[in-house]
Design a protein around this ligand. Structure first.
Ligand code: ZN
Ligand code: ZN
Length: 407
């Protein structure tokens, strides 16, 4: 029992609703999924609300719940998880923001992405290092392209502060407001930081060069998604097992790393589509050699839901199923769980509160009669209805790794 391994494989936004073009099946039901169906046949299935019935989860809150944390206790905003996903070492109590490098002219945001700037931004990161305002340290870290993360670290900060991102072009930045008395200092520091950063950015060589090349300069920072980094009991302390994460998207890596998982970046996954699912599966199997628990995340299913592309969503699930075939070799020693974080029905182009299918397979599992992995077949499964926070403990229980409650 001590050396059992665990694989949690998650397809983001996989859940959907019946689609007319797919003969009233969902993309997952319509997809060709011999591997998932096989796993359903030899495993136990059920359906899952990651946070609760009637609650539409964000990806961040859904993942926290699936890892066994109560999002209502630990989540204040997306910022800290995005920041952690850029490898910024976020500490409990930090106030973090999602940040865009943008172009401002005559106090108007002409481009929220600074002409989708991608090259030479290291100069900006270098220039914005080591800015201290009052007694607050600031950390600016580049993400992908125009994206970045900003952290404020110091005493007396709070996350109840609005961002300045107008969300559309040709508008003034929104004014930053502290929405609680505790957040007044945070708002003051943030405003001064953005002013100071903008003055510095104006002087940088990269922007002179961009202007000469007829490109938009990155001379302003737009911030949003303020959140306070929570103090979480680490995954290892909570469950007594070491954990790795294989994901492409920063947000997922960020949630996993704040939970204390090690991030395995040794794959070609992109955090979107197109991606390289086989290389992620390979990385996950490699991770299982060093860690007892591996979280493997694929994002594209969610993207196709947001874009209302049911056929592509189905075809991407075909591709995933082909890619995960090697995990059959992990059985029965490894306890495998497959599920999603929320539904993203094509018809809604957004997340919904619809439940998700879940399956668990490996030694110790009592198989049920379900033979197909899909939203509706798994409703008859032996796991019945589950909540996200029950997933890991259920996996551990099946592997005989849960302590007795009582005598
Ligand atoms: Zn998601
Ligand atoms: Zn989504």
């Amino acid at each position: 029992m001590e050396n059992r391994k665990f694989l949690l494989f998650l397809m983001d936004g996989v859940g959907d609703r019946p689609i007319h073009e797919l003969n009233e099946k969902t993309p997952l039901e319509a997809a060709k999924t011999p591997t998932m169906d096989k796993l359903a046949q030899i495993g136990i299935t059920g359906h899952l609300h990651t946070i609760g019935r009637g609650i539409t989860p964000g990806s961040d809150t859904a993942h926290l719940a699936l890892f066994g944390y109560n999002p209502y206790d630990v989540y204040t905003g997306r910022g800290p998880f995005e920041a952690a996903g850029t490898d910024l070492p976020v500490k409990p109590g930090d106030i973090a923001f999602r940040t865009n490098m943008a172009t401002i002219k005559d106090e108007i945001i002409v481009d929220r992405r600074a002409g989708r700037i991608s090259k030479g931004t290291v100069e900006i990161e270098e220039a914005l290092k080591n800015i201290t305002i009052e007694d607050v340290e600031t950390i600016f870290k580049l993400g992908i392209d125009h994206r970045a993360a900003l952290v404020l670290r110091g005493p007396g900060l709070a996350s109840d502060v609005t961002g300045n991102d107008p969300k559309i072009e040709n508008k003034k930045p929104k004014s930053i407001i502290g929405t609680s008395p505790e957040a007044e200092k945070t708002a003051r520091i943030l405003k001064q930081y953005i002013r100071q950063a903008s003055e510095i950015m104006e002087t940088l060589e990269i922007n002179q060069k961009r202007i000469d090349d007829n490109k938009l300069p990155a001379n302003y920072l737009l911030v949003r998604g303020a959140g306070k980094a929570p103090h979480l009991e680490s995954f290892q302390t909570k469950y007594g097992i070491t954990a790795d994460c294989v994901a492409g998207g920063g947000l997922y890596k960020g949630v996993a790393s704040i939970c204390g998982m090690k991030i395995n970046n040794n794959h070609k996954g992109t955090g979107g589509v197109p991606t390289d699912v086989p290389s992620k599966v390979k990385a996950a199997m490699k991770s299982l050699e060093r860690s007892q628990f591996v979280f493997l995340h694929v994002k594209g299913t969610d993207n196709f839901g947001h874009d209302n592309k049911p056929i592509q969503k189905m075809e991407f699930i075909d591709e995933i199923d082909r890619a995960i075939e090697p995990i059959l070799d992990l059985l029965p020693e490894t306890l495998i769980c497959i599920t999603g974080d929320h539904s993203t029905p094509c018809v809604m182009k957004d997340h919904s509160s619809d439940p998700l299918p879940v399956l668990m397979v490996g030694e110790g599992v009592r198989p049920d009669q379900v033979t197909e992995f899909g939203e509706r077949p798994t409703m008859r499964g032996g796991l019945g209805h589950m909540l996200g926070q029950e997933v890991i403990s259920t996996m551990l229980g099946l592997a005989g790794r849960v302590h007795k409650f009582g005598a």
